[in-house]
Design a protein around this ligand. Structure first.
Ligand SMILES: NC(=O)C1=CN([C@@H]2O[C@H](COP(=O)(O)OP(=O)(O)OC[C@H]3O[C@@H](n4cnc5c(N)ncnc54)[C@H](O)[C@@H]3O)[C@@H](O)[C@H]2O)C=CC1
Ligand SMILES: O=C([O-])CC(=O)C(=O)O
Length: 316
């Protein structure tokens, strides 16, 4: 007897701002059925019902479930972790380390018990450290665990460049490496407008200004919103990654991946260009870096490594 595989299913742990918007994106783009899971009583159920009632307008038939019970997440193809605290004005992402380390470790264990074959996509901050902890908690091979940040940071850089040059965002392709923090490494030499490096289109001061704004992109929104952090662009970024995984698109996307010697770094999750498909991270691409670009990446890695150590001792 042949069995027919069911529709692809994505579980999103944490139905706050990012999780609920991501659920909406995935269902309304007809990418997969969605399970929203949260510990806040009634919230995921209410959101799922609300999204289900919008199906007629949005022209899709995706199943959307809201739950607090991991049994309802059974056999998900992708599990996205957005559970945890978001920062407030004046905080850095690293200030979330203690609270979120415990949450991420616990939810990953519960999630993979129901979905042992899933690809894990981590969103919770501080991103690179949480991705490392999620990988450790899962026991998965490293290519099945990936963190979302580089796509978002590159999208911000692209938006600022498109606005500055008054060109279509569709023509702009940016590359940002490193940890998702103040030491991230936007790469102007690898950032192009229709194939032309931005170093040929803008003066150095303008590029520096846009690089700094990109590094500060999350904090800029936190200080404007006063409560909570960005979620529309983060949800779009995670949705693109989910799509590349589920449809085996093999898109080249900057993401937090496990390094085993690439860029001279090992045993760390850090933002690098990845090839993302049905098996997760099928490849890490190594760019030729100048000495100063390499030093910047090293400094970012150093800070992530230090925070991994801190998180591990907090959890021990
Ligand atoms: N990687 C990135 O580029 C980005 C990361 N983030 C991070 O994503 C996380 C979520 O952000 P928001 O959705 O804005 O926060 P939020 O506060 O709106 O939502 C978080 C949700 O997690 C839930 N939660 C907490 N503990 C849980 C548990 N044990 N099990 C299930 N659910 C649990 C809460 O009830 C809440 O609904 C934050 O850590 C934030 O910093 C946000 C934007 C971009
Ligand atoms: O800034 C934050 O805390 C949320 C985040 O990571 C971002 O928007 O880049």
């Amino acid at each position: 007897m042949t069995t027919i595989a069911g529709p692809p299913r994505v579980t999103i742990i944490g139905s706050g701002n990012v999780g609920s918007t991501l659920g909406q994106r995935i269902a309304e783009k007809n990418i997969a059925d969605v399970v929203l899971l949260d510990i806040e009583p009634g919230r995921p159920q209410g959101l799922a019902l609300d999204l289900t009632e919008a199906r007629g307008f949005e022209s899709h038939d995706r199943l959307i479930i809201g739950t607090a019970d991991y049994a309802d997440t059974q056999d998900s193809d992708v599990v996205v972790v957005t559970a945890g605290l978001a920062r407030k004005p004046g905080m850095s992402r690293d200030d979330l380390l203690k609270a979120n380390a415990k949450i991420v470790t616990a939810v990953v264990k519960d999630a993979i018990a129901s979905s042992p074959n899933a690809i894990l996509l981590i969103v919770t901050n501080p991103l690179d450290v949480m991705t490392y902890l999620a990988w450790q908690a899962s026991g998965f091979s490293p290519e099945r665990v990936v963190g979302m940040a580089g796509v978002l940071d590159a999208a911000r850089f692209e938006a600022f460049i498109a606005t500055e040059l008054k060109v279509s965002i569709g023509n702009v392709h940016a590359m940002v490496l490193g940890g998702h923090g103040d030491l991230m490494v936007p790469l102007p030499r690898y950032t192009t407008v229709s194939g032309i490096p931005i170093t040929e289109l803008m003066d150095p001061d303008t590029i520096t200004r846009l690089v700094e704004r990109t590094r500060n992109g999350g904090a800029e929104i936190v200080s404007l919103m006063r409560a909570g952090s960005a979620y529309f662009a983060p949800a779009s970024s995670a949705s693109l990654m989910v799509e590349s995984i589920l449809f085996n698109r093999s898109r080249i996307l900057p993401a937090a991946a496990y390094l085993q010697g690439q860029y001279g770094l090992s045993d760390i999750f850090l933002g690098v260009p990845t090839c993302l498909g049905r098996q997760g991270v099928s490849k890490v691409l190594e760019l030729d870096l100048t000495q100063s670009e390499h030093q910047a990446l090293e400094a970012s890695a150093q800070s992530v490594r230090q925070n991994i150590k801190t998180a591990q001792s907090l959890l021990a």
